[in-house]
Ligand binder design. Sequence first.
Ligand code: ADP
Ligand code: MG
Length: 682
Amino acid sequence: MAKLTDPITILSGIGPAKAKLFAALNIHTLEDLICHFPRAYEDRTRLVPIGELDQDRYACFRATVMSTPKIAHVRKGLDIAKVQVADYSGRLTLTFFNNKYAVQNLAYGKEYIFYGMLVGDYVGYSMTNPVFEAIDSIPVATRRVMPIYPLTAGLSNAAVVKAVHQALAICDPPDEIIPEPVRQKYGILPADRAYFAIHQPASMQEAELAKKRLIFEEFFVFSAGLSLMRASRTQKKATICKSTDLSDFYHALPFSLTSAQKRAIDEISADLTRGTPMNRLVQGDVGSGKTMVAAAAAYLSVKNGHQAALMVPTEILAEQHFDSLTRLLAPLGLRLCLLTGSMSIKQKKLAREAIAAAEVDLVIGTHALLSDATVFSDLGLVITDEQHRFGVAQRSRLSAKGSDPHLLVMSATPIPRTLALLLYGDLDLSIIDELPPGRENVDTFLVDESYRARINSFIRRHAEEHHQCFVVCPAVEENDDLDIKAAEVWAETLQKKAFPDLRVALLHGQMKGAQKEGIMRDFAAGNADILVATTVIEVGVDVPNATLMVIEDADRFGLSQLHQLRGRVGRGSAKSYCILTSSTKNDQTLQRLKAFCKTNDGFRIAEEDLRLRGPGDFFGSRQSGMPVFRVASMNFDLPTLKAAQEASVFWIETLGTSETKEANALRVRIAELFRRAEGTMN
Ligand code: ADP
Ligand code: MG
């Protein structure tokens, strides 16, 4: 027997070259291979009579060879063989290109199972290069449910099927972690059966059951992990804030807060007086005024004699927050400082000395805050902005710089409440579901290619009024290289053909962090008119002068993602617009996009996204800092997710400290999941 941790090169047929291809799919060990789940299945179990074959659809059928294959040597390197087959319902000509195997193995008068696609033209019906197997053979490519795997260039589905088959034959699948009573209650397959059935299902139904089990398992682990974290937190002691008087703070504000902002601040105040560390997520749409909520929290912590830290994902954001918060809080007596990676060594040293000596009350910074060199005198509150960029471990690394400080996490990604409760089970939730008054909607239009000239003149008009424009190119099938190509080509086209007199800049995901920041900074400073980008601009930089967002092939994006992108404009006083282009003919997609044009409410959009596309998208691979869900790329349903959560909470509460084999395996898996999550950041 082999072990799950053995490299895949122990399998026959996998040498260094093949291994490299597998590595491109992040498959190194037998376990990786066994956990490389099919993205779809083809039902080849049903045999269709020839007379009932549908045009342009793959199907299996059983037929007798009615002629000896005849080879025509068309030209050098091109041999064509034709063969007649028939069953009781009809007759069909099969064509094989350069296929010696077929010619040698299809025998006149014998029956075979074929799998192929029927095509029709003016001559009649035919089929090209079907696969076939003898009727008494072991089913490999016909008469079974065929798993279809995520692949990479050079690696065929058949090669993956073969490798997985071997792996399952020589080692045991991962250990069971879901206790028997839970499996019973929720109708969940045992682990060993599920791992086989996901790869080699006897029927489509069995494939579904296996999928359900593995999705359940993944969320069970995740949710159990969150429950454990929550449990360990409530045993901790935090500093108690005695004063929650915010009147000076409220007076200093240039506007009055919305009631949603006030509610969030009240919830935070209550947390701070409680004695266990606050662990709160503030969710609010772009522009809902989360910074003020963070400022209020920082103000309270400082007024009660403790330091506060605000961590943000980019240097530009850090600088923007530092400027606006200094304006607000310095007059109230708070001492602020900035700490980012690009500051000079001397500047950083001075900042860190001041932090350690308690000469600073509120530190605003990037990952530089996490460095061992940053030592706080008395850190009472940790705030992270745009939380989906930071993982659990990064948050706790910052928290470890105080003694169980309060934690406030802010997110601009609206997630439906039901889902947020599942995803952030270790956090309490405040939702800011209201925008400051007077905020104008970003007018949004959906157009097709026939509007190209008008789009361009719209862009030009904005540029002439000294405003700026974003143009976002879509993700091309999760392939970063192609994304970049598309954006590059488009930037060049716009620069050369449409706007030779304007300044077109380009931003994409494979640029280094500093380069990206440089380009954004330049754009924010007004040094380009048009910024062509892949979705990397999603995370928040304020360019109030940008008034137009053009999203190409908008049908390729999820609604929530479109909403994030649209949030990049409409941040200044000028009226802003968003144009979605799409040439899709799909009715449902068009409806989805039209609905998007009609509302600017992120939570409603998220609910709609959840309804239409299921929860999978909210766990998309781009959402870094979240655990990487292996099965989440498959469609799954909310009830399964909820059941898994319910089951895990029950399990932790009743058996969390038990030493059964399953409980121990579960603890190992939880640790693995959160470690993998950390690996996805940056
Ligand atoms: P986000 O939630 O996206 O972080 P910000 O905190 O950056 O939003 O706020 C967006 C803008 O709205 C800022 O310019 C801020 O000063 C302003 N703002 C915040 N709260 C209010 C309010 N209650 N009334 C008016 N303007 C506000
Ligand atoms: Mg913000």
